[in-house]
Design a protein around this ligand. Structure first.
Ligand SMILES: CC(C)(COP(=O)(O)OP(=O)(O)OC[C@H]1O[C@@H](n2cnc3c(N)ncnc32)[C@H](O)[C@@H]1OP(=O)(O)O)[C@@H](O)C(=O)NCCC(=O)NCCS
Length: 166
């Protein structure tokens, strides 16, 4: 997976009711303009529309939207290759972070993909918020990919939930 280098804090405080009203459903093509808006505020090297279209079109993956009313406030893209799920992308609207949205979305992904399946991801070694979140959800560190990120040559941390295998 790719990842942001820096996490934003926010000053916007949505009403409690707004946070509690957040729900989760499958991501659709119609959601992608809103997804791109969050993507561009979340990553130094954002995915293109074509990359999201390709992932959403794969029937074996789990692509989720977090929604508050009609508004997309987060998304997750998880693809299946062979017998392993790869968490490729997850982001939450900068104004709604640190309220459990991503953690709940990943729990939903595990429910839909299967709790006995194996999951892996790559994350920038500097992305401490994301690494903390993944560890809290049970992912474990399993080595590095050297200079994985083309924009700055940063290493990726490889993480697994379930047996990493040989
Ligand atoms: C990483 C990201 C998806 C987390 O989304 P979120 O909805 O804010 O995360 P949650 O509120 O569900 O956090 C769950 C746990 O993760 C950890 N965590 C999340 N953000 C953190 C931060 N900024 N600092 C430290 N720990 C953090 C905490 O343990 C948190 O639990 P707590 O709030 O009870 O302490 C969000 O910061 C984001 O969109 N970042 C930019 C994109 C990105 O880096 N995506 C990951 C790519 S690998």
């Amino acid at each position: 997976m790719r990842s942001a280098g820096v996490s934003e804090t926010t000053e916007a405080e949505p009403a409690i009711a707004e946070v509690e009203a957040i729900g989760f459903r499958r991501l659709t093509y119609a959601d992608l303009p809103a997804v791109l808006s969050i993507e561009r505020r979340s990553f130094p090297a954002p995915w293109s529309l074509a990359m999201f279209v390709l992932e959403v079109s794969k029937p074996s993956g789990v692509c989720l939207a977090a929604v508050a009313g009609d508004e997309i406030v987060g998304y997750l893209v998880c693809s299946r290759y062979a017998d392993v799920y790869h968490l490729m992308n997850v982001a939450v609207d900068p104004d709604l972070r640190r309220r459990g949205v991503a953690a709940r979305m990943i729990e939903r992904m595990l429910d839909e993909g299967g709790r006995d399946e194996r999951y892996t991801l790559e994350v920038r070694v500097s992305n401490h918020p994301a690494i903390a979140m993944y560890e809290r959800l049970g992912f474990r560190r399993a080595g590095r990919r050297r200079r994985y990120y083309g924009d700055n040559g940063e290493d990726a941390m490889i993480m697994w939930l379930g047996d990493p295998g040989p």
